[in-house]
Design a protein around this ligand. Structure first.
Ligand code: ZN
Length: 91
């Protein structure tokens, strides 16, 4: 048995959609991890127990309201990261 935070997958999933609205935001691995971490810290975790070999955990119980909260948390995280990227911008 292992524990998995469903919220991580939801954030990864929605991040690209939210990033489309921020064309100036850096999309490198470093910034994406920073955005995910910041967003996840604002969101309640959703742990599920999975057995090894289980393919994907469905997040079907996610409500529209829950989705809005996730999107807002990602948008906030993108704004923070694009203002303070953890690396120097290559121009
Ligand atoms: Zn970057």
């Amino acid at each position: 048995m292992e524990l998995k935070n469903c919220m991580e997958e939801v954030v990864q999933d929605k991040m690209d959609i939210v990033l489309e609205q921020y064309p100036s935001c850096c999309r490198c691995e470093q910034c994406r991890s920073d955005i995910a971490a910041l967003a996840l810290n604002q969101l309640p975790p959703r742990y599920v127990s999975t057995r090894k070999g289980d393919v994907f955990v469905r997040v079907s119980e996610m409500t529209t309201e829950g989705e809005v909260t996730v999107i807002q948390a990602i948008a906030k995280a993108i704004e923070i990261v694009s203002k303070n990227p953890h690396h120097t911008t290559k121009s």
